[in-house]
Design a protein around this ligand. Structure first.
Ligand code: GUN
Length: 283
């Protein structure tokens, strides 16, 4: 069996078209959804991600502000900038690209963003809303992964979903979203003893560990849906996921490629969350 390759680029385009209609409806009422993205420091990968986020907003006709602060910015200055954006009526969504430099406490930064503008869904109030099943802003990467499953026709209810990775950005919210859709959810980490025992039992396998090609075809249940959130650069310069695509695609029923799987969806869902934030503020 060869897996159906989930085309993240094409699904992202389709989902963006749906959100453009909603953004245009707001604009017709004189409200242009606005996103502010703050980056502190020079991390080259982060700068590329942020530039892509701002570009996606521009493509949909959204207002966006790209704020670059030097790596030695004091925490108080960053918090001051966030407070200013919280008050700015042109801005409906605020995102501080993570990681921030070590002298800044990321939890204080995330808590400073108004929960109504927290398009990442990382504020404790929004995390609590997700846990209790009243989700307001879904964290973009797992939200995008859920959309890929939905648009690919993968059934979730009653299935065993295994999430490998327990980060606040991907693993934990992904597990909660799958649980909300009535999956039976197991959370593993890269340290789980006999990891293959769990992954081989997964109908839906989501991998977000940051370890290149750690999940191989022999660790996958035949016919499973495999969502690879990893993006790693190999010594030869090529990108690869946390799943060994070549062996996995022989076994899986569905699989996301890297690049071109989850990546394009993350940015799309950020645009979606920004439009939603603007819709709520217009009410
Ligand atoms: N760094 C890596 N992924 C993300 C994300 O989804 N949001 C933010 N703010 N930073 C990130």
């Amino acid at each position: 069996m060869t897996a159906h390759i989930i085309d993240g680029k094409s699904i992202a385009q389709q989902v963006r078209t749906e959100w453009k209609i909603r953004a245009d409806a707001l604009k017709a009422r004189g409200i242009t959804p606005g996103l502010a993205v703050i980056i502190v420091g020079e991390d080259p990968a982060s700068r590329v991600y942020v530039a892509n986020k701002v570009k996606a907003c521009a493509e949909l006709g959204l207002h966006s502000e790209h704020i670059v602060m030097p790596a030695d910015t004091p925490e108080a200055a960053l918090l001051g900038k966030i407070a200013e954006l919280n008050r700015d009526p042109k801005i409906h969504g605020i995102l501080v690209q993570l990681p921030v430099p070590k002298h800044i406490a990321s939890n204080r930064v995330l808590e400073a963003i108004s929960p109504d503008k927290d398009v990442d869904g990382f504020h404790p109030e929004n995390v609590g809303a997700l846990v209790t099943g009243n989700m307001r802003f879904a964290p973009c990467t797992p939200f995008g992964a859920m959309k890929l499953l939905e648009k690919s026709g993968v059934a979730i209810e009653g299935k065993h979903a295994v999430v490998v990775g327990r980060s606040n950005i991907v693993g934990k919210p992904m597990a909660l979203m799958l649980l909300q859709q009535n999956a039976t959810v197991t959370i593993c980490t890269s340290k789980t003893v006999d990891l293959a025992k769990f992954t081989r039992d997964a109908d839906i396998l989501v991998v977000a560990t940051g370890r290149p090609k750690m999940i191989t075809g022999d660790m996958i249940k035949p016919g499973a849906a495999v969502i690879d959130v990893g993006i790693n650069r190999l010594p030869d310069g090529k990108l690869c996921g946390d799943v060994d695509f070549d062996s996995a695609k022989q076994v899986a029923g569905w699989i996301t490629p890297v690049p071109g799987g989850v990546g394009p969806m993350t940015i799309t869902m950020l645009v979606a969350n920004t439009v939603q934030a603007a819709e709520r503020s217009a009410k």
